[in-house]
Design a protein around this ligand. Sequence first.
Ligand code: HEC
Ligand code: HEC
Length: 469
Amino acid sequence: MKKIIALLLTISLTSFAQERVQEHEEASKTFLNWHFFENGRGMTISPDMVKFLWMINRENKNADQLYVTNFIEQRYGFISQNKKLVGVFDVPWKGMNVGVLGCTGCHSGKAAGQVIAGLGNKTIDAYQIGRDLKGIQGLWGVGSTNPDFKYIHGKAMNFANVISDKNISNLVRGVVSDSTIKTFFYKDHGLKYPKDMGRGQVKVPHLWGIKEKRPAGIFNDGALSGDGYGWIFGAELFASDSGEHLRAVLPKIQWLTDNVLGKLLPPKYPFVIKTEVVSRGETLFNNNCLKCHGEHQRDLQGFPLYTAPRVIDINVVKTDREKINIVTPEFVDLVKTGSLGDLLSFEEDNIQKGYFAPKLWGVWARFPYTHNGSVPTLYHMLLPQSERPEIFSMKNAGEAERYDEVNGGLTLYKANEMARAMKDAKKGDRDVYYVKREGLSNEGHYFESFKSFTHEDRVALVEYLKSLY
Ligand code: HEC
Ligand code: HEC
């Protein structure tokens, strides 16, 4: 009898597990095909320019078409799956073809050569996209008198102008400027945004576990309240003409967050883990990391039990402050008194306080590390700043050849490439992450207890972290 019960239990657990994986796969597919274009509003480029994209994304590409897709991947950092660009859509509207940027242009990425829905895009370069669009769209829009065209074209020009503004834009590919979101709130009050408001550069965060994180506050610092779901639309907001767009799509955002993003699982580590050291790593983790990062428990089938993370004071974690500094009293006031004041609120206690010690599910794929992506590997997260590299390449960061299986993260420059790379870094090369640039410091996250770690301890910790999926 006991055997039969055990057998039934195993069968039902297995089918639960299969269902969970299936839900994840469906959620990934839904998210990859999702965008928020609605009645002319959304993140768009100038109408009909997308015909060019559509052309290159057709089936049966010839060599020239593939060349253009590759060019777009390399220059702007979009990723592609089955030879189609991810997160770029062609939407028919009033007799035109509108090119729409979906959430997954930023919120899907590649790690070790795999496309992962809900991982941050590691290569996107909003500044470069904006700069080129500004030039091309400027010419494209000349002479049109169609009001529908002019409406979208005008918004697309504003979008391009904001993301390519050298005062606030990202200084390297793979990070996005939160300040672009802030510009919406100045426009909302009929004001020009100040040029000296800082950048707030962050890597695009992973989205598995967001349903459980949301009540603790969202974004890296938790300063924004996740209660009303409105901030989740933040990146789209500045591209919209008004807050009415957010009001119109809010129920869909809520549904997407809880029922689609809420079903995502972290990606599986695709290589061999040194299982013999994982339990040692776990013990080290429990003794040195748990107090900030908390527990990583699993359900009966072994799937992660997501929980909310905790914000750690900036004076404790000591990582780059630029991002928390941009949540100024002036910004908070503009939001509260603006047209979306009823929908967007703050976690007041978290304003300029610090950063979340994030949950570490699927952390192997989330490199480079910390909110600004300034630390290339897991191993370097456990070393002092003086032993972390000052430069590393963001070129093809998600491709298989860029994954360092030993240290868990990005491969570094070889000795014979260093001099050249440092020269490029100093010239502002957008492929080179250079920690001396504004907002990109790699300081912090090195604590008293880390000083006693041996190389073997660090290796064991890295192997344990790889096993968190
Ligand atoms: C231009 C790139 C970009 C686009 C497009 C974009 N996001 Fe984001 N998103 C970000 C960045 C960057 C952050 C992190 C900001 C921070 O932490 O300071 C973020 C944060 C989030 C968060 C909070 C994550 C967390 O851990 O707190 C959610 C949820 C989210 N985005 C969902 C969406 C959805 C849904 C869409 C489509 C409507 C979208 N995003 C479009 C870049 C983007
Ligand atoms: C005092 C609190 C604290 C302790 C102790 C701590 N961390 Fe962290 N950890 C943080 C905070 C806060 C962040 C986010 C920092 C940021 O984004 O600027 C972080 C970030 C990370 C990240 C980067 C995650 C990502 O997606 O970029 C990793 C990996 C990490 N910690 C691993 C560890 C390990 C392993 C230990 C123990 C050996 C540890 N941490 C100990 C607070 C802590």
